[in-house]
Design a protein around this ligand. Structure first.
Ligand code: FDP
Length: 346
């Protein structure tokens, strides 16, 4: 990811933290939002890193189900609950945040502001998936936090139901061999790595996704229930029909991790519609929108099949979408094929 950029400070140099990076390019209010997300991510990373030291199977374990079913009807994991509560509480402490919208909560959590904080100061709503890829928690495989920041325009729900193009900032934290925050303020993509002093420090700027990549990433077990055009697309990739390159497959099953590899190495991640989930599985507001913003800012693309993801509109905060995201060459080729199929059907 290139040389670590530094900031001159007196006679020496020091690493640039994510809070400083945002403060230098945007408002103090947005820098505080990133400060809270970074603080939560530090604690989530530590909890994940030390999870194995607990009793995996016993009552004291951090792994496993919390015994609670979330609004999507899924078992919440203990770490999901931890990450959700932590992000909510730390963002509650930021005066510029009016509310949060989380995968784990049925509706928005709107913050009551005490005296001294004007309502108009709370200009942002933060939307997040606190721990994406939760089925990987039990097995010590990458998980992540995905977030999106939008400006509050009156009602909180109306604010987040605007198009993805309205996002002020977006990104994710990947908890992996190292913890990395990848983010955009709408002008390029930067990455920050958690260092030994527990700071997210700038490790890459102006990140770009390769024009075309070596991998496709999809849950191939669903292929029989994908629309034919997706099956044919993947068959063509493997057969070397897109520019002569024969694609390999990579699928972790954690969106953040699969996306991160796609960002760095190129290629395409796809979660098409299936018979069971005709509108796809992934969530528009807190999975597809933020990753699509990062992808586009890195020169990649993201579509729901036919439409640019950032222009797809949600009717509800937990709406799902099919998602095809990654290098421009593959995403455009898939989109053309889907549009052609739709024309033929008409
Ligand atoms: P998970 O169910 O483990 O939380 O959105 C959730 C997600 O993971 C994504 O992180 C991942 O890309 C996808 O679902 C995996 O779905 P499949 O198990 O159907 O492949």
């Amino acid at each position: 990811m290139g040389k670590q950029p530094t900031m001159t400070e007196g006679a020496g140099t020091r690493a640039v933290t994510v809070e400083e990076y945002v403060a230098a390019r945007a408002s103090a209010g947005l820098a505080e939002v990133f400060g809270a997300i970074a603080a939560a991510a530090r604690q989530i990373e530590r909890k994940i890193r030390l999870a194995g030291l607990g009793d995996i199977y016993g009552a004291g374990s951090i792994y496993g189900a919390a015994g609670v079913v979330n609004v999507q009807g899924e078992q919440q994991q203990k770490l999901d609950v931890f990450a959700n509560d932590l992000l909510t509480e730390l963002l509650r402490g930021v005066a510029s945040v009016a509310a949060v919208v989380s995968e784990e909560d049925e509706g928005p959590v709107v913050f009551e502001r005490g005296s001294g904080v004007r309502d108009s100061d709370a200009e942002f709503v933060v939307v997040f998936d606190p721990l994406d890829g939760s089925s990987n928690i039990d097995v010590n495989v990458n998980v992540g936090t995905i977030f999106s920041v939008v400006r509050r325009v009156g009602d909180v729900v109306a604010s987040v139901l605007r198009a993805g193009t309205e996002q002020v900032a977006a990104g994710y934290v990947l908890y992996g061999p190292s913890a990395v925050m990848v983010m955009t303020l709408g002008e390029g993509v930067a990455a920050f790595t958690l260092d030994e002093e527990d700071r997210f420090v700038l490790t890459a700027e102006g990140m770009t996704m390769p024009e075309q990549g070596p991998y496709y990433s999809a849950n191939q077990a669903n292929a029989a229930s994908w629309p034919e055009v997706y099956r044919e697309f993947v068959r063509g990739l493997v057969a070397g029909e897109l520019g002569g390159q024969e694609y390999g497959a990579r699928y972790i099953g954690s969106l953040v991790a699969d996306f991160h590899r796609t960002l760095l190495k190129g290629g395409v991640f796809l979660y098409p519609p299936t018979k069971k989930a005709p509108r796809g599985k992934l969530r528009l507001l807190y999975e597809a929108y933020p990753l699509a913003m990062v992808a586009e800012q890195a020169g990649g693309a993201a579509v729901d099949g036919e439409m640019r993801i950032l222009e797809v509109r949600a009717a509800g905060i937990h709406d799902r979408t099919p998602l095809v995201i990654g290098s421009r060459t593959e995403v455009e080729a898939l989109r053309k094929a889907v549009l052609k199929t739709a024309e033929e059907v008409e």
